[in-house]
Design a protein around this ligand. Structure first.
Ligand SMILES: Cc1cc2nc3c(=O)[nH]c(=O)nc-3n(C[C@H](O)[C@H](O)[C@H](O)COP(=O)(O)OP(=O)(O)OC[C@H]3O[C@@H](n4cnc5c(N)ncnc54)[C@H](O)[C@@H]3O)c2cc1C
Length: 358
């Protein structure tokens, strides 16, 4: 049981589905207690049966967290967890129909299907622009207009010969704004890349790529007066490109400070949109380079990783702001910890991880 719990917990954490698992566990726990009290049974025995003898942990950590059947936003994932958690309780029944874990999962999947965006489109490449070493902006024409919020991502399927063990599907943030006709993807390539990335790199206008499952909560807050800080590491700039382009096109000013971290100056991408947002929307933009040996002599920005001193200098009103952090997982965690050390509350921090990138 310990192994299932520990292994499962790590899977849920990696897939960033812990909140769904806790919602499921909470609903099951409360439900079992209520059902046992109503039926005047032994509560300790019921809980022992639930946690030790039932497949609860396997169900919660492995079955529930499957990305293909999980709903697209945090709130919906929590509701999915609560729904399946209630149906998992052995005492729950509709007349003579008693729910089993399998039935709970099927009903959960129907819920996901009903609440998920169904749009699937084939995108045709119209242009590839090399923006930086190993970073390409793919510009696609879509067969129909995509309905999404700036900062959201989609799942892309690119069939190709001899796929490696990582398969032919990847998630990418839509770097474009819904106000644009073209769809932009900003993609980073490694030297020893996956078969997917190699196929993507070779793509031309004849190979369509399938885009589906618009999802994500890394989107602008509903309140336009909320003061924000965007922290982007490398290719983690893509959701911010989408949001800033949207605000530019909508001519909507918001109080935003953007901190953009790269190793070297030539890794900075989407400079056109960032500069326009700075000029026309007053977005305060600060760049920092972490490869101290490669900083150009005329460099105008900061040098080194963002630290507390830098934050105090550029975000003097830091306790009042909401933080959006996007980039490789270690970077996101490091800045989240830094902010927490500065007493910024968890609910003021939104994160967008790009797993697979270092
Ligand atoms: C919500 C979300 C949004 C995202 N948005 C973006 C985005 O906008 N832009 C972006 O670039 N990425 C984005 N990503 C990440 C993207 O989905 C890929 O996971 C990432 O680009 C890595 O791609 P890859 O697995 O093809 O590996 P690669 O990029 O090809 O390689 C990454 C590393 O894995 C190693 N590697 C490659 N293949 C193998 C293999 N077969 N076995 C062992 N090691 C291997 C490489 O040597 C390299 O070190 C996003 C991810 C998520 C979840």
């Amino acid at each position: 049981m310990h192994t299932v719990f520990l292994g499962g917990f790590m899977i849920a954490r990696k897939l960033r589905q812990e909140d769904m698992v806790w919602s499921f566990g909470g609903a099951t726990l409360v439900g079992v207690c209520i059902a046992t009290l109503i039926q005047k049974e032994n509560i300790l025995q019921a809980l022992q049966q639930m946690f030790v003898q039932s497949p609860l942990f396997f169900f919660a950590f492995i079955m529930l967290t499957e990305p293909l059947t999980a709903p697209p936003t945090k709130l919906l994932r929590r509701l999915y967890g609560i729904l399946t958690g209630i149906l998992f309780i052995p005492q729950i029944h509709l007349g003579t129909l008693y729910f089993t874990p399998e039935l709970a999962l099927v009903i959960g999947n129907v819920f996901t299907y009903l609440v998920s965006p169904k749009q699937k489109v084939f995108l045709k490449l119209s242009r590839k622009i090399r923006m930086a070493p190993g970073v390409v902006d793919f510009i696609f024409k879509s067969s129909q207009k995509l309905a999404f919020l700036p900062g959201q991502y989609m799942e892309f399927t690119l069939p190709h010969a001899h796929p490696d063990s990582r398969g032919n599907r990847r998630y990418f943030t839509l770097a474009s704004s819904p106000t644009e006709n073209a769809v932009h993807l900003g993609i980073r390539f490694s030297e020893m890349g996956s078969s997917f990335k190699k196929a993507m790199y070779r793509m031309d206008g004849r190979t369509p790529i399938l885009a589906a499952q618009i999802a994500g909560d890394f989107t602008l807050p509903a309140n336009p007066r909320q003061k924000l800080v965007f922290i982007a590491g490398g290719i983690g700039i893509t959701p911010f490109r989408s949001m800033l382009k949207y605000l530019l096109d909508m001519q909507q000013r918001r109080d935003i400070i953007l901190l953009y971290i790269n190793k070297t100056v030539d890794e900075i991408v989407y400079k056109d949109v960032l500069s326009a947002a700075q000029s026309y929307l007053g977005v305060k933009t600060y760049y920092t380079l972490t490869d101290t040996a490669a900083v150009p002599r005329n460099w105008f920005g900061f040098v080194g990783r963002i630290n507390e001193a830098m934050m105090l200098q550029v975000v003097p009103d830091y306790p009042e702001r909401t933080y959006y952090i996007s980039g490789p997982p270690e970077m996101v965690r490091a800045y989240e910890n830094m902010l927490k050390d500065m007493a910024v509350k968890s609910d003021q921090i939104k994160k967008d991880f790009f797993p697979g990138l270092t």
